[in-house]
Each structure stands twice: as C-alpha cells, then as structure tokens.
Design a protein around this ligand. Structure first.
Ligand SMILES: [Mn+2]
Length: 477
C-alpha cells in the first residue's frame, strides 16, 4: 500500500488510456436491464412523485485506508453504477427544462479526476455513464447544488437517506453535499421525522415490490453465485481435516469464489467448529484447530452484486458419529418437509410450521426436550429469507411467489451446559439451501453441494488438490 504522501510524484494520467483487450468480465447486466428496472419503478410510483436513490457512503478502515466500497444495492439495481458520491432521481412524469427538453431521470455522479483516479481507480464520469450505462441525463455531482430543479413541487418525495452518513458541515460535492442539496431543493427538514419515515416506508415498499421478484437476468446471476458457493463447500469437504483452522477453511471457500470470478462475499463468512457453530453469526473464525468436531460453514459468494447464502455442516474427520447423525438427520428432514410446502402462492409460515414440527418431534424423541413446545431452545432463528443484492433481501409481501429466490435453513444448536444429556453439548447443525419458487414447486439452486449424510461423507472421501499443498514453516515466532 502506497502512502498518499507520495501523490505529487505520480503524474500519470490513466484517464485516456485505451487498452485493446481489457479482459474485464463480459457478463454484467446490460444497460437495457437497468433501464427496464427504472421503467418498472416509474410505473409503480404514485402520481406527482419523484424518487431519490443515494449511493452508500464510503467507510473508513484505518487512517487513509477505506473499506472496500459497496454500492447501495438499489442504486446498482437501477443504474449499474458502482462508485460512491452519487444520487439518482426518477420522476413519475416527464419534466421539462428551461430549454424545452424533456427528461424522466437525472443522475449526478462522481466527476472525473485523473490524479485521484491514478490512486483509487477509474471513474466512469458523465460520459462513461451515458455510454456504458445508457443514462443520458448524467451530470457531475458538483452541478447538483445549482441545478434548476424544484423538488418541493411534488406531492410525493420518496427517498431513504444513506445509512451511517456523516454529514459534513460545509457544502461539498461528496455524498453529504448531495444530501444537503437534496434536502434544500425538496424543502425537507430532518426534524419532521414522521415525513422522513413515511418517505422511507414508501421507498422500501416500491423497491421491495420490484426486488422480491427476480427477473430472468437476476436469476442467472444468482444461479452463478450459488453454484460458486457450492463449489467452495465441495472443495472444503474434500480438503477438511482436524488440524485445519477456521480461518484456513474460510480462506479456501473464498479462494474458490475468487477463482470463479466472484468479487466478494455477501456477508462475513461463518466457520464455526464444534460449539462455535452455536453462535449464529460467528465471524471471528479464530479457532486454530477444528479438531474432530462438526464444522458449520455458512458462506455466500457475491457475484456481480448478487449473493448466495449456503450452509453445510460437515464432520472434520470425514465421518459423522452416530449421535451427530441423529441430530443432522432431524435438520435434513425438517428442510425436506419445508421444501415440500413451496410453490407459487405458498408462505414462509407454512414452510416454517412444517420444519418446526419435524425439529420438535425429533428433539423430543431423543429426549433432548421433555416438552415438544421447547424446541425453540435449540432452534432460535427463522426458517429463511429472500436473497438477491442483499443477503437478507428486501421483500414487500409475506407470500412466496413464482420467481422469488429464498433460503431454507433449519438448524439445531446445543450449546455447552444446555439442559440435556451432555453427550449432545457443543453440537451445532445447520443446512441452508437456496431455492427458486416455481409455479408448482421449487428448484433447488444449491444442489451442486451434497446435503445428505451419505453424500457428504462420499464427497469428503474424495482427494483434494490441497492434500499435497505444503507451505514452508515460518521463520518468525
Ligand atoms: Mn441465511
């Protein structure tokens, strides 16, 4: 990492560099996809309305280093733009500017800056946005402050302010500046919390209605993210052994994701060996040896913005013990029971009831609970959720409809010192799969990684390329 102190030494402009063959991914969404999403939104907007979609803020990691930037999924959905400091306006009706031109959207984006770009990466700028993203009414963020548009005249101003935004005192072109100019042009005071909350509810409703039903293009993207995640699970199943660390297993998953071109993970990877699996969002992954316990691995590749969410629980030794099999089979059967309820028009409630019954009955039969109602002691979370651009994707209805993509993820977690025979203590099993709801049922998108006891053990018996991968012992203490 170079220090910015040396910025003055670098007088290289990468702004106009043209490369014959760029080897960049060719399977991003088309500009038509995003235009179509904006049009679908416009059709669902109320009369006399404008919607503002802000970029997410950058977040600081340390000193002059920021976290890897992640765009607001809504802005990505409507534009394909991946840079910070931007705001998109979508108007219900065509607007006319003072020259008599009409427009239905305005997009204010990061200004080109060759010096900055030589440090932090290429920017599309207004020309790039017009050419690559097909949004013709693109302007520099610095133009928004004095841009002749009166947002206060609309009956419905729909927006959700960026999360965790640090508002700068001075008027600038960064995100805080765009928010300030927006509030002024729309005549909104943040003290009117009822109005702010109403605007956000409408924003979530409209974006949720669109995003909960996946287009064919989105399903293609999700299929890829899910298959990649499954291949990560498969490689770990082949390579796993008792001396591996949780970190190492995380690294193997994420290496496989990147090998297939997935840019990121959709959430912090959860690798919980033994009792660590009982911590639902365990992401520290610090255990240096997984030992001969179960390893719960909840890991999702993010491919071009779309994230999978797949969990497999495997025995580090390659073979489940008799007791582990008993717990695992209950979770598996609960998942199967939930799957059977799925089809267009079904509900999470029906799927949950089916899974709950299997878990309750199973724990009761093993004597882990004395009263069937107590199954919630060992299964403390919901059955599933939508996935998409967010791992917990936004939805507007409780119904499960054709072309929704959801997870089904029952689990049993028996923490040490639980009120049951101690032979069960420290056992945690979750099986999580991603399914596409179809007219008459569902399609299991995550069928690429084994789920049943026999299939997991079979996969684990396969050879791994890592069996012969040896790094030198470190010289440092
Ligand atoms: Mn999940």
């Amino acid at each position: 990492m170079f220090k910015r102190l040396f910025t003055f030494l670098v007088v290289v402009s990468i702004a106009n560099t043209s490369i014959a063959q760029d080897f960049e991914p060719k399977d991003y969404f088309t500009k038509e996809f995003h235009a179509n999403r904006r049009e679908a939104l416009r059709n669902s907007m109320p009369e006399s309305s404008v919607m503002a979609v802000f970029a997410f803020p950058m977040r600081n990691f340390s000193n002059d280093v920021d976290y890897l930037y992640h765009q607001n999924p809504d802005l990505y959905y409507f534009t394909g733009y991946k840079e910070p400091d931007a705001v998109l306006f979508i108007f219900k009706d065509a607007q006319t500017d003072d020259k008599g031109n009409t427009y239905k959207e305005l997009f204010f984006v990061q200004k080109r800056n060759p010096m900055q770009e030589s440090w932090t990466g290429k920017r599309l700028g207004t020309e790039g946005v017009k050419e690559k993203l097909g949004i013709n009414m693109a302007f520099n963020g610095s133009d928004f402050k004095d841009f002749p548009v009166d947002l206060s005249k609309f009956t419905n101003i729909i927006y959700s302010l960026p999360p965790d935004l640090v508002m700068a005192k001075s008027e600038t072109v960064n995100l805080a500046g765009l928010v300030n100019s927006f509030l002024r042009k729309a005549n909104i005071s943040l003290d009117q919390t009822t109005n702010v909350n109403t605007a956000r509810r409408t924003y979530y409703k409209l974006t949720g209605q669109l995003r909960e039903i996946k287009t064919p293009e989105e399903t293609t993207m999700l299929r890829k993210a899910v298959e990649i995640s499954c291949q990560g699970q498969n490689e770990v199943m082949k390579a796993a052994h008792a001396n591996m660390s949780e970190f190492e297993i995380q690294g193997l998953h994420e290496f496989v994701h990147k090998k297939y071109g997935a840019e990121n993970v959709g959430y912090g990877s959860i690798i919980g060996a033994g009792e660590n699996g009982c911590i639902l969002h365990y992401v520290t992954n610090t255990k240096t040896k997984v030992g001969n316990s179960l390893i719960l691995m909840d890991v999702g590749a993010e491919y071009h913005g779309y994230t999978a969410d797949v969990t497999r629980t495997i025995p580090a030794s390659g073979k489940f013990t008799a007791d582990e099999k008993l717990i695992y089979q209950i979770v598996y059967d609960a998942q199967e029971a939930a799957f059977k309820t799925l089809k267009d028009g079904s509900s999470f409630a029906a799927a949950s009831n089916a899974a709950n019954e299997v878990i309750s009955e199973g724990l009761f039969k093993l004597g882990i609970i004395k009263d069937k109602k107590d199954y919630r002691k060992y299964y403390t979370h919901g059955l599933g959720h939508h996935i998409g651009l967010d791992v917990h994707d936004r939805a507007a209805t409780n119904k499960l409809l054709k072309n929704m993509v959801i997870t089904i993820e029952p689990g049993i977690y028996i923490a040490p010192n639980s009120d049951c025979d101690k032979k069960w203590w420290g056992m945690a099993v979750r099986i999580e799969d991603d399914v596409l709801i179809t007219q008459d049922g569902y399609e299991l998108l995550s069928s690429f990684a084994p789920r049943s006891i026999a299939d997991v053990e079979k996969k684990m018996a396969e050879k791994s390329a890592l069996d012969n991968f040896k790094l030198p012992v470190l010289k440092s203490k």
